[in-house]
Design a protein around this ligand. Sequence first.
Ligand SMILES: Cc1cc2nc3c(=O)[nH]c(=O)nc-3n(C[C@H](O)[C@H](O)[C@H](O)COP(=O)(O)O)c2cc1C
Length: 242
Amino acid sequence: METPRDDQDLAGLGLHPDSVGMLEGLVTTRAIRRYADEPVPTHVLRDIMFAATRAPSGSNRQPFRFLVLTDGEKAREAKRLVAEGARKVWGHKRGNDGYDDGSGADLSSPKARMARTMQEYVDNLERVPALVLGCLVRYRDPNPNEGASVYPAVQNVLLAARALGYGGVLTGFHAFVDKELKQLLGIPPEVFIAASITLGRPQGSHGPVRRVPMGELVYGDTWGDAAGFAVDPPGTRHTSRI
Ligand SMILES: Cc1cc2nc3c(=O)[nH]c(=O)nc-3n(C[C@H](O)[C@H](O)[C@H](O)COP(=O)(O)O)c2cc1C
């Protein structure tokens, strides 16, 4: 059931007011893989996708397109296909990357917790409240820069979801069922499906994302030398790279 629209207006744009400031939202948009069993209301989808379609692209060509899959017959079938792809990918990754070996054998380790989260995610993927396919309409041969005109829009989906109390993850699970999805959804052959994004109301909560220390990623005028200002705010917690 749809919740009534809030009368408040965001900056006169007719959007819902966001629940966090922009910078706070940017640094707290985590990958959310567990969702409450409730649909994403269409007015929320409207605002999220409006934000997505405001993204920049080369020469403002706006080559991004989105399919928003919720609970129609084809949407359910598409979710099932992507879920099938996800289980294949995760099954291989779990074995190949040794998620159950070494520290992963300790069920309380971060590795084992990640494995549990991923397993639960892929096991329930066909039931995600919304699945958004972010696509790029190609106007020339595939080239290494083309993603630059679709991934900003994809990230806007996640940021706008965060702003409105929702969450999601960018995944590559569609790649394993690309042909079947295109056939099912009428996606032309020249279109590149760039991302499958699951969305819903988070079961857990967002919080500060963790990365390596900023100085390892932001240099001054010499490659590898941290910029003088590249100092994490006090209390920043880190995580390692794989
Ligand atoms: C290009 C790209 C591909 C990704 N593919 C997947 C995927 O297939 N499955 C998945 O569960 N998460 C996927 N992710 C999400 C990442 O795992 C996640 O962004 C990363 O672990 C950081 O998570 P955090 O922001 O919660 O710290 C992908 C992210 C990116 C940017």
